[in-house]
Design a protein. Structure first.
Length: 80
């Protein structure tokens, strides 16, 4: 992607500011429905990725959720 190479290129504040906008625009453009629970009918989290910064790591990510929260804990589904 020309405008996004790696999450390391941006601050946590940038990711927190951009995530609600990305989420809103994706929800406006696409229909998201969980295959087993139709009550889950929108995108709620944004996963940002990047190259690992440690030789022992396989990946790097941050997950945006809620109104302004970001979590650096591993996200197995998103990064597998």
């Amino acid at each position: 992607q020309k405008t996004y190479r790696d999450m390391a290129d941006h601050s946590a504040g940038d990711l927190i500011a951009w995530s609600p906008v990305v989420r809103q625009r994706l929800n406006e453009k696409y229909a998201f429905v969980h295959p087993e629970n139709p009550g889950i009918d929108r995108l709620s989290h944004i996963l940002w990725t990047g190259a690992p910064t440690d030789s022992q790591a396989d990946a790097r990510n941050a997950v945006f959720y809620g109104d302004k929260a970001i979590d650096r804990s591993p996200c197995g589904t998103g990064t597998s």
